[in-house]
Design a protein around this ligand. Sequence first.
Ligand code: NAI
Ligand code: MG
Length: 480
Amino acid sequence: MSTKNNAWEYADSIESASHINLRKQYGLYIDGKWVKPSSNKYFSSSNPHDEKHIADVSEANEDDVDRAVQAAAKAYKLWSKISAAERGKYIFRIARLMQEQARELAVIESLDSGKPIREARDIDIPLACNHFFYYAGWADKLEYAFPNQQKKPLGVAGQIIPWNFPLLMAAWKIAPALATGNTVVLKPAETTSLTALKLAEIIEASGIPSGVVNIVTGFGDTGAALVAHPKVSKIAFTGSTAVGKLIQKTIAGSNKKATLELGGKSANIIFDDAPIDQAVEGIINGIFFNQGHVCCAGSRLFVQENIAEKVIRKLKHRMQSLQVGNPLDKNTDIGAINSKEQLKIIQRYIDIGIKEGSEFFQTDCALPVQGYYCRPTLFVNVAQSSILAQEEIFGPVLTIQTFRTVDEVIQKANNSPYGLAAGVWTDKGSKIFNLTSKLKAGVVWANTYNKFDPSSPFGGYKESGFGREGGLHGLGAYLK
Ligand code: NAI
Ligand code: MG
């Protein structure tokens, strides 16, 4: 079943990764079994650090999606009727099994996605486990959560996730759906299917009834088939705004419920009374965490004019210390860009910025000779109208603008088609309250950035999508 392959080479290169189990070829996980894709087509999942093949993954077509949805619909009859406490036990079991395999999951996540092992180990995997623990706890408390309301599960949830937080997004989607008595068909992103497939093995080992969770791998057309399937009652999607809009068109006029978690262009705002060194760390974390492949990345920095020179100087200095390199190296701060396509997208934005003539800065760290890498990048004094300040780049590229007054920065920060997150750095609580009420963003962090917890809801306004995931709100999205 499990075969040794080249992943061992990388694994052996770091101490904490001495044991990983990956199959050479993965089938689809449907109705509690591993099955071949009906087209018999497979595609390669590779390591963005060196472009080496890791494992073959099945390409599911419309027939396979149909099989998975039918299995989920059949399992729903059982799953929605068993006691809530029993449902909770299965979800707890999944969480514990994930925890036991956390080290292996972290290495596979880092190999397949390009994210630094330190982030996978300390953030992604523990948070993914915590989502299952958190929602396991809610399973038998729905009557407390929604007192005096008759709430029922929706049925089969079709869930489509992106490549930036592969296992964590799978957890965000699957855990609340199961807790509320729905069954699931999940489609991972094509460049990062492996941890979702490991999760399928864990789900299998948990003994949960067959068909409650099905995992189908493939490209955009696999996702589209899932969205269009008449027996799917709910779509949960995280990804690009363009695909989010396509999904909305497909489900218009149907009874399908949807939550769409789309792109962002979030403002990180530094006032002159902020603790500067802490704020600089917050800027770094806001934009360079996970190579900037973060929907809520603090990609637009607003610095109060009188401290701009100082903040930018300190920021450049700190950026020079960031190590870009092999994601499996524990000292790596910025790993590999997830795919060749994404690196091209980022490079195109950098070229536009250079052409536009805003001040440009990149660190001069050494880059690995192969693989998809991008140096941490700044553009200073970017015009509000610039594409760089308007569009999601989804890479380690920060634009900097300055402001004088509170009203001016609120106006500038809200001048965006997106509204996912924001950060505010100041010593004054009153300023924080003023901004949190006026910024059009689903999440506003004060004197911190990119802090996540299963108990707090997450989601956006405007083109960043709608619906909330996480916390109590995340349960509501799976009930009628
Ligand atoms: P994408 O939106 O195409 O992919 C996300 C998921 O949707 C993948 O699983 C994909 O297979 C699936 N998908 C693609 N087309 C579909 C369709 N027609 N129907 C149903 N599912 C479909 O994103 P992509 O192409 O990987 O990245 C392009 C850009 O999107 C990035 O440069 C970034 O700006 C943005 N993006 C934003 C994310 C976020 O979390 N805000 C996540 C991923 C991408
Ligand atoms: Mg990959």
